[in-house]
Write a protein that binds this ligand. Structure first.
Ligand code: B12
Length: 230
């Protein structure tokens, strides 16, 4: 684990937003992209929090506090990144790339991975609908019918919710078969997880995978727009 990630986890636990932000901008100023910052800084800092909890060195209350600080800094990072993109390159976010919807399966409270994914989509100019944690399936269905997203992103962390994931994918694919479904999870390489996904489901192991997927999507879309494909 990156030393900066360990330091960041300490700042989360001390609710030291100022020092936490300094650790993040240190990497941002060195030119690391958002996927690197999400995977190797924020995610690893939170995984370290999990290790401390397993060793009984912190309590559930500390975990809640750390999550709150992490969430706040993720929002700050996202806004900073937007501002830097506009002032450095003079580019305004593209608004016609597509629409993407995000949610965690019903019963799932762990939402930081989902938040990172929705921020990355927004960074690439997508129209983003992030419905957060623990979304009842009927409301996922309702929202998909309402917004007709090209991409549906789902996050799952807790193993015992896997049957819910299977049901969710099946029902959403039936009501909106044209949509691409991307599922991200710390369980990505487990057979039980993979068996809940259909052949068409895209499995995202981390933000780096998503970053690559978004880049490829953008390149293919501009290829089509230039009239190279029809
Ligand atoms: C913080 C935390 C909590 C917080 C959650 C705060 C919140 N609202 O998010 C609190 C304290 C509330 C909590 C509660 C619980 N937790 Co908890 N928690 C954690 C902890 C320490 C960190 C989770 C986290 O934020 N990780 C950081 C994120 C960014 O990582 P990530 O989700 O893996 O995301 C990355 C990738 O997976 C991927 N990704 C994920 N989603 C998506 C989505 C898309 C679209 C894409 C592209 C990519 C992507 O990209 C991300 C970046 O790399 C983990 C420890 C761990 N090792 O994960 C335990 C952990 C996840 N929790 C666990 C458990 C058991 C629980 C509880 C059941 C405890 C209890 N008895 O009450 C409850 C369940 C609550 C619920 N119903 O969901 C277990 C899960 C075991 C399992 N697989 O079943 C863990 C692993 C701890 C452990 N070692 O036992 N938890």
């Amino acid at each position: 684990m990156h030393e900066v990630a360990k330091k960041l986890s300490a700042h989360f636990l001390e609710k030291n937003v100022i020092q936490g932000w300094a650790s993040i901008t240190e990497l941002l100023d060195q030119g690391y992209n958002s996927s690197y910052i999400y995977d190797f800084l924020f995610r690893d800092a939170m995984y370290h929090i999990g290790e401390l909890w397993e060793k009984n060195e912190i309590t559930v209350a500390d975990e809640h506090l750390a999550t709150g600080v992490s969430d706040l800094l993720l929002s700050k990072y996202h806004l900073e990144k937007k501002e830097r993109n506009i002032s450095d390159k003079g580019i305004l976010p593209i608004t016609n790339t597509g629409r993407a919807m995000f949610f965690c399966v019903e019963g799932e409270d762990h939402y930081l991975g989902l938040k990172m994914a929705s921020s990355l989509f927004e960074e690439f100019g997508w129209d983003v609908y992030d419905l957060g944690s623990n979304l009842p399936l009927e409301y996922a269905e309702y929202s998909i019918k309402k917004w007709q997203p090209e991409v549906i992103c789902i996050s799952i962390t807790i193993r015992h919710l896997l049957p819910k994931l299977k049901d969710t994918i099946k029902r959403l694919a039936a009501i909106h078969p044209e949509a691409t479904i991307i599922v991200g999870s710390r369980l990505h390489d487990e057979a039980a997880f993979r068996s809940c996904c259909t052949e068409e489901t895209i499995i995202a192991k981390d933000a780096a995978f998503l970053y690559q997927w978004l880049n490829q999507y953008q390149n293919e879309a501009s290829f089509v727009k230039k009239g190279v494909l029809s």
